[in-house]
Every structure is written in structure tokens, then in C-alpha cells.
Design a protein. Structure first.
Length: 283
């Protein structure tokens, strides 16, 4: 009597499906902190982040410029004004709340694990501050979209696009794999810098105020100082044996600080030092 075999005729297909499922979902939920998966853009693997970033790059580098090629620049003054004001408020309030009481010390000097599902008001505050910071990295995509629609193509530099493209993925990785308080230092200090930066953008929209905006270059200097502080802070915890934060992530923070310091320093030298030389020649 013959029996019908239950063996799959193409077992390798089943293996491929299992591997795809593992690397696209199971890996991130097994080794990452699945307690954060209840929030949008943090569930499963980083594919939603990469997809949104891919759409961003496609629009600002290909579709957007082609769409605007034979069109007049759009007037987005008031849309941009509201956008910038909202980011000033979000970053400014986030920085102030992070500085409040013991949160400042938690975000700078301590390496404590906290529970994202905790009902403790302090832990919940830190968690949602970090999550808000993460979401703003996607909102920042609009900066480049506005440049495209206004045909300010000279503003769409390699530094600008690279910076906006990388930040969402970095934030996803740290949220998913490292719920330690010391990692809150970067969002905190970055929120302060962004508060100043978006305030400048708001003021720069009004021609009558532009003669008073001589301090633009100091924003870039603040960004350079930011990367130095992030590097020093991360290096400290890299050699702190009592800190349980994964060393690989701390190294990633150090590498991020070094890379962006180099890129922003190059931008600073090309933009402001050349400008000073031209002014001296004119004299």
C-alpha cells in the first residue's frame, strides 16, 4: 500500500520564507526591546524606516526636481513658518523638560536601564521625550521637500541629504536595542541646538530681520561643539565597566559624532572661511 508523502516538494522555498520572516521581523523582536513595538515606526524591523527614507531620497533627488523643472517656485512662506514654529516649540519644550530635576543627571551622568512600559512618571516622560525626538527626524524630511518645491537646489547639499537620511535609522536602532538613560544625552543636546536653528529659520523668513541675523555661522559652531560633547560623553560610557549599555551601540555613537563633525567642519570651512577671504579681498 502506498502512502502520500507529507514532505514539501520544494523544502528550500519553505526555508527561504522562514529566513525572510526571521530577518525581517523575528530578529528585531527577539534581540530588540519588544516593549517599544507598540508604537508606530518601532514595530518589527526597520523596513518602514528604510521605505520612508527611500521615498524621501527619490522625491528630493529625482521626482521633485523633475516635477519642478518647468514650474515656478512655490510660495511656501507661511507653511514653513508654522512648520518652524512647531519645531521650535517641540525641541524647546523637550529640552526644558529633559533638564527638569533629576532627568538632567539621568541623561548625562547615569547609565540606568529603564522600563518603557513602566507606569513611573519619570520613566514615561523620558521614554516619550525620546520617541517624540525620533518622530521629528521624519518631520525633518520636509526641510528638503521645501527646498525642492521652492527650487532652492543649491541648498540640497550632500551633507544636508545624508544627515536627514541617516538620523531616522540611527534613532530606530537606539530605541530598539538600548533603553538606557545615558543615550538620552544626544536627543537632549540636539533638541537645544535645533531650537536655536529653527528659531533662526523663522526669523530669516522676514527680510526686515535679515540684517540682524549675523549669527548664522554660530549655529554651525554649536553643532560642531555638540558632536565633540557627544563623542566625549560616549567615550566615557564606552570605558565605564558598570554601564550595561551595549558597547557596540556606544561605539556607533562615537563613530556618528566623528563622521558628522568631519562633514560639518568641512561645510563650515567651505561656507564661512571662504566668505571671510572674499570680504578681505574686497577691502
Amino acid at each position: 500500500m502506498t502512502t502520500i508523502s507529507n514532505v514539501t516538494p520544494f523544502p528550500f522555498i519553505e526555508d527561504i520564507v522562514k529566513n525572510i520572516k526571521y530577518y525581517s521581523h523575528d530578529f528585531w523582536e527577539t534581540y530588540g526591546d519588544n516593549r517599544v513595538s507598540r508604537l508606530p515606526l518601532l514595530n518589527s524591523g526597520p523596513w518602514h524606516v528604510l521605505t520612508l527614507t527611500a521615498f524621501y531620497l527619490y522625491f528630493v533627488k529625482i521626482y521633485g526636481p523633475q516635477m519642478m523643472k518647468n514650474r515656478q517656485p512655490m510660495n511656501l512662506k507661511w507653511i514653513m513658518f508654522v512648520h518652524n514654529i512647531l519645531l521650535v516649540l517641540v525641541n524647546g519644550l523637550g529640552f526644558i523638560v529633559a533638564l527638569h530635576g533629576t532627568k538632567f543627571f539621568k541623561l548625562t551622568l547615569q547609565c540606568n536601564r529603564f522600563d518603557p512600559s513602566s507606569s513611573n512618571i519619570e520613566d514615561k516622560t523620558l521614554f516619550y521625550l525620546g520617541y517624540t525626538y525620533y518622530i521629528t527626524k521624519f518631520v525633518d524630511f520636509l526641510d528638503t521637500v521645501y527646498f525642492v518645491l521652492r527650487k532652492k537646489n543649491s541648498h540640497i547639499t550632500t551633507l544636508h541629504v545624508f544627515h536627514h537620511s541617516v538620523m531616522p535609522l540611527l534613532c530606530y536602532i537606539f530605541f530598539k536595542f538600548s533603553v538606557f538613560t545615558n543615550n538620552g544625552f544626544i536627543p537632549m543636546i540636539n533638541a537645544f541646538v535645533h531650537t536655536i536653528m529653527y528659531t533662526y529659520y523663522c526669523l530669516a523668513m522676514f527680510e526686515s530681520l535679515q540684517p540682524y541675523l549675523w549669527w548664522k555661522k554660530y549655529i554651525t559652531q554649536m553643532q560642531l561643539v555638540q558632536f565633540v560633547l557627544v563623542f566625549l560623553h560616549s567615550t566615557y560610557f564606552l570605558f565605564d565597566k558598570s554601564c550595561e549599555c551595549p558597547k557596540l551601540l556606544t561605539l556607533l555613537q562615537c563613530g556618528h559624532a566623528v563622521l558628522f563633525f568631519g562633514m560639518f567642519y568641512s561645510f563650515y570651512m567651505n561656507s564661512y572661511k571662504k566668505e571671510q577671504k572674499l570680504k578681505k579681498k574686497d577691502k
